[in-house]
Ligand binder design. Structure first.
Ligand SMILES: *[C@@H]1O[C@H](CO)[C@@H](O)[C@H](O)[C@H]1NC(C)=O
Ligand SMILES: *[C@@H]1O[C@H](CO)[C@@H](O)[C@H](O)[C@H]1NC(C)=O
Length: 360
């Protein structure tokens, strides 16, 4: 797309140049990606309230849920089971306009049972001041690898507060793929060298909205403005696939062989050449930080990093884009978790989670 863009005559207005990649993208993706064929479930079938039930609004048909943040609290829900590998997905619409300081998180974790060596896969949306777009990050931890943040940060090619888009986390024994709609935006292939850093213990799915005024927007300078409360994030077309297990059984009573084979064979577990092209397109256009290109932080890239030269040349050795966008970094990373190990305890007390400083 770059080559195409730069070969256009100089007289083309900058505005139309801005939209050209989007246009080309829409043309290519509508041709190649039909939506995944997914079975959706109701809230009751797969989830429980996590905290602040009074801020969780379920639709009459129970297929949609709105999580509210107001001056009293954020809110969250959690999958009622733990999954040993899975596909976790929802269509999400984020709050609009004045969303500075707000984080909407869609992630898997087992920090409630493995406090010292938990696993985690994150999609975290970071709100912004009015007129500035939402951004988001993905991250992963394995077996308590808190000293090795694996953040990537991105913008989106649409306004996520205007319409629903599907966000998904695929986690198999072989790879992890983060999707926006049908575009794989990040893949982590499991390698021997990753060892325990590859998440391998059962995890639950979490969805939360919360006040992260201390870091989410402009490094904490722009805080949640409760004049505009409540802030609502909507979740629909809920999908949970995988092998539901009890993570604390010494001898697992569930044989996951067949469920895992089904997951690995699913449409979304194989990235087609066209999807790979879309992934390359997304990463070159919309990623603005990657730990893989941050040589100040990791002199040797972490083992799963695939350094793509055309991608790498866009980044400075701080892992940030060369074409500077004025985006400030900063991030403590706290989460809400259910207390105790019982998955039936839906009315969990809110405890702050890992709470460590992320390096970006
Ligand atoms: C995970 O961490 C635990 C506790 O620190 C350790 O005993 C175990 O060997 C680790 N597992 C892997 C696969 O690294
Ligand atoms: C699990 O199921 C698979 C196929 O259904 C079977 O081959 C395997 O022996 C089973 N494993 C255990 C531990 O029961």
């Amino acid at each position: 797309m770059d080559r195409l863009g730069s070969s256009l005559p100089q007289t083309v207005s900058p505005i139309s140049l801005l939209f050209l990649p989007l246009l080309l993208f829409i043309i290519t993706t509508t041709k190649i990606t039909t939506a995944f064929n997914l079975s959706t479930i109701t809230f009751e079938q797969g989830y429980s309230p996590l905290f602040s039930d009074f801020n969780i609004k379920r639709s009459p048909d129970d297929k949609n849920v709105r999580l509210l943040l107001n001056r009293f609290s954020g809110s969250g829900f959690i999958s009622s089971s733990y999954y040993h590998y899975g596909f976790f997905s929802a269509k999400i619409k984020l709050p609009s306009d004045n969303t500075a300081g707000i984080v909407v998180a869609f992630y898997t974790s087992n920090v409630d049972i493995f406090e010292k060596n938990h696993d985690e896969l994150d999609i975290e949306f970071l709100g912004n001041i009015k007129g500035k777009p939402w951004r988001f990050q993905t991250n992963m931890y394995g077996n308590g690898s808190l000293s090795h943040g694996r953040e990537e940060r991105y913008r989106l090619w649409f306004d996520p507060s205007k319409e629903f888009h599907r966000y998904s986390i695929l986690w198999t024994p072989n790879n992890i793929v983060f999707y926006v709609d049908d575009v794989p935006i990040r893949e982590v292939a499991r390698s021997q060298a990753m060892g325990g850093d590859y998440p391998s213990k059962p995890m639950s799915l979490y969805a939360t909205i919360w006040d992260a005024s201390t870091w989410a927007t402009n490094g904490g300078k722009d805080k949640v403005d409760y004049k505009f409360e409540p802030f609502a994030s909507e979740f629909g077309d809920l999908v949970l696939e995988g092998c539901a297990v009890d993570p604390i059984e010494q001898v697992p009573s569930t044989n996951c062989t067949d469920r895992t084979a089904k997951l690995v064979a699913a449409e979304y577990a194989a990235i087609t050449p066209e999807q790979r092209k879309a992934m390359r397109w997304f990463r070159e256009k919309y990623m603005y930080y990657s730990h893989c290109y941050d040589s100040l932080r990791y002199a040797v890239p972490l083992p799963e990093c695939v350094v793509i030269p055309s991608e790498q040349e866009l980044f400075k050795d701080s892992g940030r884009l060369k074409a500077a966008q004025k985006i400030k970094f900063g991030g403590s990373h706290h989460k809400h978790r259910r207390s105790g190990s019982s998955r039936r305890k839906s009315r969990a007390k809110v405890a702050s989670g890992s709470n460590q400083q992320a390096a970006v």
